[in-house]
Design a protein. Sequence first.
Length: 428
Amino acid sequence: MSFAPRTLFGRNLWLIVALIVVGQLVNALVYAQLVARPRVKQMAEATARSLQAVGEGLRLLPEAERAGFVARFNARAAGASTDPGRARLTLMERTFLSELAMQLGEDPASLAWRRESGGLLSVRVGAYWLAVPPVQAAHRFARIWLIASGASALLALLGAWLIQRRINRPLARLVEAAQAVGAGQRRLRLPTDGPAETAALARSLNEMGEALARDEEERLLMLAGLSHDLRTPLAKMRLASELLRDGGSGDPALLDTLERSLHSLDGLLTQFLDYARAAHPGEQEAPVALPLREFLAETLVLAPGLPQPVLAPGPGVTRTARPQALRRLVLNLIVNAQNHGAPPLEVACGETGGAAWIEVRDRGPGIAPDRVEALKRPFQRGDAARGGTPGSGLGLAIVERIATAEGARLSLLPREGGGLVARVAWLP
């Protein structure tokens, strides 16, 4: 299990905070060794000299005045204590005690730190205990370092947020562009006026989109041109077949086979043209509000072949769409069910959670879940899963293109009781 942040913001934040904390630790170590510790040693030396001077002064005072002098001296030291509740020594204060003991050359038992007196240091001089004020500079160092570290952490949060904001904007545009390419959009218009790195990437994506668009347009133009050009010889072949049949000079069985082949070829050419049209449905017609149930009833009349689908009962739903494009979508789903499914075939419409949908249902062998996405791509045939019926492999690719252009999504789902449900659902 990894605890590393997954977002750029989290990683930038941890990196900046870690760098600042490490920097603070290094600064604290350098300051303690090169600045604070020498100062504490100097303070210990000065304190030792002062205590030695006080000790000499006590010896020169009359014995009756010594107790009063010590009381007044200790009272001033107690007044200098600013943290009477503190019960622990800091590292610098421990260093101060060690240096002071070394300078005094006394037995360590002659030094006592008195918690009950506000953290005062007591030094035994002769028969008296003299109070030494705490080393405030040493105590404040730890507090100041903690405050500085907290402020640095807040600055790190702010810095990470600002950095992430500057990075995230161009990255978000690049992610949206990549998603648009995946959804079928080819010509991108990403701004190239940002930082050099993101600008170079944006230019590359724009150029890639243009190249993909040109390749796709050439491919579609070739498909449309071939389909159109082949229609003329196909019509002549059909006419010749009819003349042979009318003249009685041809083998009826052979002519029937020829007509079936011509009909199959005509269907393939129609799919090629539909696939080319599906790439740019918006250029041919404007969207209108369609009552889906009435629209499906009209479309079923145009459905070719057998078995004929029936319109399942259901509520009326209205949806804005391009009529001809949506009709091609439904007819391709029906033909797919006729070729690869089994009766009865049903067509239905409805609305779930504010999202309208159209379904074409059959009782065929269905599609394996691991083949669903592959069959949505051009020239992919589901012979193994759907009965081995020949075809161009463009039917579901046409439906996928039209659905994407209409703001919908094609799903191929197993039907309860066996079969397939081809659902086209608009996004809510």
